[in-house]
Design a protein. Structure first.
Length: 240
């Protein structure tokens, strides 16, 4: 086990600890601030290897993420009918909090950074990247419900989350992946470091802590499985 893996394990433990107590506090400090903090490594790493195209990707995906969230709030497509609560700050057009894109875009960067390192064929990379994003939401969304980030108007059987949400994540993630690969050349993705996946891995650790604290055992166990995979991927495929 190398140094970078040990560092990731220690940071994961710290984030899980923070997430465990975040549910008890459940205020703006444990909402917007960690989201912005965790977005920084993925943004930094992408801009480090491909500044102009990376910046364009971040801008496009940020607008796209905000727009598709607003679309779902108004029409229920593609995620289902839900509404954001106050924890994530000011709502653009009284629909979507301004900070939402900082939560999703770095996950896209991390998921497709991993899939690029694991497989060579582009189609398989997209499938794995989309799969990672949907799997991550099996942990993230129950945690967000516990933190009352948003409320589902037509609750589903999986911790109030409807199945349409995961179909929507698959749909939006496919588009996000296609945009990622259209804008970021292979040379740049090959040079992404461990920083590109910190948002995905440490964010997942945070939600492990939240779901553990709330007694949501299925997403907690799924989060632990995802964390093992992320640690393995970092150990085998990424440099500092």
């Amino acid at each position: 086990m190398n140094v970078k893996t040990i560092i990731l394990i220690l940071l994961s433990g710290l984030m899980a600890f923070i997430g465990y107590y975040a549910l008890m506090v459940k205020d703006d400090y444990f909402s917007i601030v960690p989201m912005l903090f965790l977005a920084a490594p993925a943004y930094y790493d992408l801009l480090r290897v491909e500044f102009k195209r990376g910046l364009l990707l971040i801008l496009i995906l940020s607008v796209y993420a905000t727009g598709i969230e607003a679309l779902s709030i108004v029409t229920s497509f593609p995620y289902g009918s839900f509404n954001y609560n106050a924890q994530l700050g000011y709502k653009l057009f009284d629909l979507v909090p301004w900070a939402v894109s900082f939560g999703w875009v770095p996950l896209v960067i991390g998921a497709f950074a991993v899939s690029t390192r694991v497989f060579d064929k582009k189609l398989v990379q997209i499938v794995l990247g989309v799969g990672l994003l949907v799997f991550a939401d099996l942990i993230l969304d129950p945690g967000a419900v516990l933190m009352t980030f948003w409320t589902w108007n037509n609750p589903g059987v999986y911790y109030t989350i409807p199945f349409t949400n995961y179909l929507g994540w698959g749909f939006s993630s496919i588009i996000g992946g296609l945009i990622f690969y259209c804008l970021i050349p292979k040379k740049a993705t090959d040079n992404l470091s461990i920083f590109s996946v910190l948002t995905l891995s440490l964010g997942n650790a945070f939600w492990i802590g939240v779901t553990l604290s709330g007694g949501y055992w299925i997403p907690c166990m799924l989060g632990i499985l995802l964390q093992f995979f992320m640690i393995y991927a970092v150990d085998q495929k990424f440099d500092l």
